[in-house]
Design a protein around this ligand. Structure first.
Ligand code: NAD
Ligand code: FES
Length: 281
């Protein structure tokens, strides 16, 4: 059993939880994910790790209450325990495996969209703790949905906030802000790491392709086993079939077939709707 040490609402339906999971905390890295199961019959929910404390033996996750399973997760409180907390799964971020010589050459812009800000955070933190400055754009629909801004400011050199409705920071989506930084402010980047909704990662990748900036995205398709056995998380990258759970979740954004991933994500929408109705009965 995996105890919830802390529960905090970051926004209306976005929750942060610290989970007691010493083995995962000891071996995880930015970029990796866990699969959470509330109880024996619960759905397996993949969540990218937001933070970890090796000494305290805790791992931080952030999730949005979207479907019936995340609503069930949200009903758990501090002191309650989840049945399973499997991980760390997937590959660690490329940044954690590159040589100092390679990292020194990088001028990185992280692009965080909505709840995708949570998996960006450990990468920004890791870069700072290893001596590298990075910039970060955080985009959300409105001010109330901006998460982890202060935490990000502790580790990023510059944090640029953009809201679609202009209620806070720059008015526009993350792509508008990237264009503003590169074209108006003369900022130079040679790597973009974008994490957020698939549609955002698609359009960021289209823009950075035009701008000639290599781009990494983190894909979060439907997953079942998380170990490369079931094929649920397959996607196409550069014409080849890949499994996000073992080959990713990070991939070259200029090679991912986003349209196919969006179609696959939508396949389960009606199933999810039925599950929510059943839960309310
Ligand atoms: P959202 O729809 O509110 O979008 C967040 C921001 O992304 C927007 O404010 C905008 O700046 C940008 N954006 C969205 N669509 C865009 C477009 N077409 N062009 C340019 N920019 C665009 O995001 P949300 O509701 O917080 O996100 C929920 C989704 O994020 C879920 O589908 C979830 O699965 C996904 N998610 C992905 C990861 C990951 O690892 N990739 C992690 C957490 C959540
Ligand atoms: Fe089953 Fe990736 S989740 S192969």
């Amino acid at each position: 059993m995996f105890k919830i040490l802390k529960k905090e609402y970051l926004a209306d339906n976005i929750i942060l939880m610290d989970i007691e999971a010493p083995k995962v905390a000891k071996s995880c890295y930015p970029g990796q994910f866990v699969i959470v199961k509330t109880d024996e019959k619960g759905e397996r929910i993949p969540l990218t790790i937001c933070d970890y404390d090796r000494e305290a033996g805790s791992v931080t996750i952030v999730f949005q209450t979207l479907g019936s399973s995340t609503q069930k997760m949200a009903a758990y409180n501090e002191g309650d325990s989840f049945r399973d907390f499997s991980g760390p799964l997937g590959c660690k971020s490329e940044l954690c495996t590159e040589s100092r010589e390679e990292l020194q050459k990088k001028k990185i812009l992280f692009v965080a969209g909505g709840v995708g800000t949570a998996p960006v955070y450990p990468q920004v933190k890791w870069m700072k703790e290893n001596g590298y400055d990075v910039d970060c754009v955080i985009g959300a629909r409105n001010k109330d949905l901006i998460i982890l801004e202060d935490a990000m400011k502790e580790y990023a050199k510059n944090v640029y906030v953009a809201t679609d409705d202009g209620s806070y920071g720059f008015k526009g989506n993350v792509n508008d802000k990237i264009k503003d930084l590169v074209q108006n402010e003369g900022k130079e980047y040679n790597l973009v790491i974008a994490i957020g909704p698939v549609i955002m990662m698609k359009f960021v990748s289209l823009l950075t392709k035009e701008l000639g900036i290599p781009t990494i995205v983190s894909m979060n398709p439907i997953m079942v086993d998380g170990t490369g056995m079931c094929g649920a998380c397959r996607l196409t990258v550069g014409g080849e079939v890949k499994f996000a759970c073992v080959d990713g979740p990070e991939f070259d954004g200029h090679l991912v077939n986003f349209d196919e991933s969006i179609k696959r994500q939508q396949m389960y929408k009606s199933e999810e709707g039925r599950a929510i109705l059943k839960q309310r009965e």
